[in-house]
Design a protein around this ligand. Structure first.
Ligand code: NAP
Length: 259
């Protein structure tokens, strides 16, 4: 399917690896020029070079912490006006409800709520001016179904979801869509890090921890960054203009609900 977005320009944050990279790759395959960001310059440059070479699109790479004001300013400066924004950042650390103090919540809210909001605030006016734009925020299944040890993520991402619900309907008259993608378990470094916690707690191997978790998913496997990216690119396509303010779960059926 021709996604109809060749020649457009996208900013994808936290995109050197994992789900952000999956989104960047699918957009590049659709002919979209990219501005990519991550903190570590080495993996970021390698990803940028690889996508530019394989897909023949222009890729600009900005190494910066997207959760800081200074980092965002550098990324937004380099990006200029964009047609497509995919927001992403690392997830908060696991723990127990009784572990976290105010500073932990502030860090999580900064990274997973206020950062995507600041990125939208900076880029939406340009999209509205052109009468076309697409925003996809990478959030988490934890928005629909809380994950006990990820209370910081449950809380911060729920705040972002509320903001998007209202904002998406305010920008929709201008041809701009905002939607959230909610990953369930996907095979990335982040999933490995969470599985390592199970390895430690239960004294089992990483393969056993993965098999245990996969058994709880109706699809009986982890998702891939490629299939996640393909959904993201479709939401950014010309075909998805009537999808507004939705929270789309990609979890292999893990969330058990009829609707
Ligand atoms: P990942 O494989 O660990 O990749 C994270 C990417 O983000 C890397 O490129 C990393 O590069 C970059 N990054 C992290 N913090 C950053 C920051 N402050 N500024 C700029 N770049 C940053 O993670 P993932 O699995 O793709 O997860 C992406 C998001 O989805 C996370 O918020 C995660 O919590 C959420 N999620 C993931 C899953 C899953 O199963 N994978 C499930 C639910 C939710 P640098 O480290 O070099 O900065």
């Amino acid at each position: 399917m021709d996604l109809g977005i060749a020649g457009k320009r996208a900013l994808v944050t936290a995109a050197s690896k994992g789900l952000g990279r999956g989104c960047a790759e699918a957009l590049a395959a659709a002919g979209v020029d990219l501005v990519l960001n991550a903190r570590g310059a080495e993996a970021l440059t390698a990803t940028a070079d690889d996508l530019a070479r394989r897909h023949g699109v222009k890729v600009t790479a900005i190494a910066a912490d997207i959760t800081t004001e200074a980092g965002r300013a550098r990324v937004l400066d380099a990006a200029g006006p964009v047609d497509i924004l995919v927001t992403n950042a690392g997830g908060p650390p696991p723990g127990l409800w009784s572990d976290w103090d105010r500073e932990d919540f502030i860090r999580a809210i900064d990274a997973n709520m206020l950062t995507p909001i600041a990125l939208m605030k900076a880029t939406l006016p340009g999209m509205i001016g052109k009468g076309w734009g697409r925003v996809v925020n990478i959030t988490s299944q934890s928005v629909k179904s809380p994950i006990a040890q990820l209370g910081l993520s449950n809380a911060a991402r729920a705040g972002l979801t509320g903001y998007v619900g209202g904002t998406a309907r305010q920008v929709a008259p201008h041809g701009v869509t905002i939607n959230n993608l909610l990953p369930g378990i996907h095979a990335t470094d982040r999933a490995d890090a969470l599985d390592q916690g199970v390895v430690k707690a239960q004294s089992i191997s990483l393969d056993e921890a993965r098999a245990q978790r996969a058994a709880t998913i109706p699809a009986r496997r982890y998702g891939t960054a490629e299939e996640f990216g393909a959904t993201c690119a479709f939401l950014c396509s010309t075909h998805a203009g009537f999808i507004i303010g939705q929270n789309i779960l990609l979890d292999g059926g893990a969330f058990n609900a009829t609707l």
